[in-house]
Design a protein around this ligand. Sequence first.
Ligand code: GLU
Length: 299
Amino acid sequence: MKDTPYRGRFAPSPSGNLHFGSLVAAIASYCQAKSHEGVWLLRIEDLDPPRAIPGADLAIIKELTRFNMVSDEPVIYQSHELQQHDYFKALEYLIDNKHCYPCLCTRKMLIQHDIYPNTCQNNLFPCTQEHAIKIKAPDQDFVFIDKIQGTQSQNIQKQCGDFNIRRKDGLICYQLAVVIDDAKQGITEVVRGIDILDSTGRQIFLQQTLNLTTPVYAHFPVLTYANGNKLSKQNHAKEIYGEDSYELTRMALQVLGQEPPKLTIKNQGHMLRWGIENWDIKKVPSVKEVTFDSETRLD
Ligand code: GLU
């Protein structure tokens, strides 16, 4: 029997152009998909319109094109009506099946709690006050084999407790949206940064509750400079607009453990091709952090 055709994705939030960390995510997911002769899709995760930078989506698409990575199917936007419709349909299903409750807690009330103290757990719908919608976390270990990080076990109740799937301002939360989108786009494997590893248990729980298939997961390590600074958007990583695409692709493959050669002709397309042809996910370091040495400052 032939395996299901590989479908992977890259799902940036449009809060700026690509930075080196997100380029690594794009290259890792792209090489993994293309080395499996798979489809690679781009999804813009713009669930939070006030935080989206106008034009960042187009800048990302343009920059990915400069790096020879183009979505094999039309780009999906989480803010679009078609997507939103499906999120709210899933939300309705979860409410109808008594998995959720309205939560009136304010951010201030929850600030000292890592785990939700179940304050609103007995609240019922309908609720006339402005409310968030929380889903009840089961006391269950969600075990999965991460292709890079190995076997993982996450208990949502011990990790964060009941969690929001719709915010007080009415916006759908990432955990619910990503699960619907991955299922709808038929994603078979998710390759992304380790900062999202902790979310995976919640996503598997939502998939199981909504009768959706769980993809395979692979989380690559966060990049850290020798001085301990993490290369992330939160740390204001520098956007890579205009940087040498050949060199950045080579560096990305290097931090992903792939040992790329220095090509005589410094051509980005050739470097990416080398990456696909020689890609081996088993070589990606199975650690949480990789110290990253670069002559080019990228933060
Ligand atoms: N939108 C998330 C980010 O930009 C990625 C989410 C995911 O890959 O599941 O960090």
